[in-house]
Design a binder for this molecule. Structure first.
Ligand SMILES: [Zn+2]
Length: 206
């Protein structure tokens, strides 16, 4: 099959079909730890548990980076950065697809996001931050701060899914996504139509 570049990026509808099929996109009645209610939930590791779907998603996201001349010209000397454990399979997939030289991931330790000890030593390449999903953008913002401490510039940022309410850029770098999802949150049970209908609720951990 001839490589046709950009056209090989699946459409948002095709990505959503993958997420539905693997159970990563769930419909129902969900309550977040912050008390907000929604009719949908994304549990992205369910899509990344399968080799085939993980590869399709990561390769598609990598193409969004490769078409940026500033990024393409730096390859393979870039670092792929994951803000959290959920982003690690995305980061490895994108790293493979781009032949990127380095990978780093942050973890939550005592409520603080940080890289493993000693990883700030040695030369850090220009960074592309990738995550599975960007809901509020807080994890990305904290990761931008961490990367700043490493002293490396950020040349790219992206996720499989980005909620429309989240920022669409970090430090002037646009955030790429395969799906932009307009999630409707209800502040509490009192203004949740699903509660009024008596739809059984599921509590999600984050
Ligand atoms: Zn509700």
């Amino acid at each position: 099959m001839a490589a046709t570049g950009v056209q090989l990026i699946p459409s948002p509808d095709e990505i959503m079909q993958i997420l539905k099929r693997t159970g990563a996109f769930r419909e129902g009645h969900f309550v977040y730890p912050n008390g907000k209610h929604t009719a949908h939930y994304f549990q992205m590791p369910l899509a990344f548990r399968y080799y085939d779907t993980a590869r399709v998603l990561a390769v598609a996201l990598s193409r969004k980076f490769r078409i940026e001349r500033d990024i393409a010209s730096q390859l393979p000397k870039v670092a792929i950065i994951s803000p959290s454990s959920g982003g690690i399979p995305v980061a490895f997939g994108v790293r493979d697809a781009l032949n990127a030289e380095q990978i780093y991931w942050a973890e939550q330790e005592n409520g603080q996001r940080s890289f493993r000890q000693y990883v700030n030593q040695g030369e850090i390449n220009p960074c592309i931050i990738v995550d599975d999903i960007i809901r509020s953008g807080n994890a990305i913002a904290q990761t931008v701060e961490l990367v700043g401490k490493l002293g490396a510039p950020i040349t790219g940022c992206g996720a499989i899914v980005r909620f429309s309410a989240a920022p669409d850029a970090v430090e002037g770098v646009p955030i790429k996504s395969l799906v932009e999802y307009d999630e409707k949150f209800y502040e509490s049970a009192a203004d949740c139509p699903l509660c009024k209908q008596g739809t059984p609720e599921e509590h999600v951990r984050f």
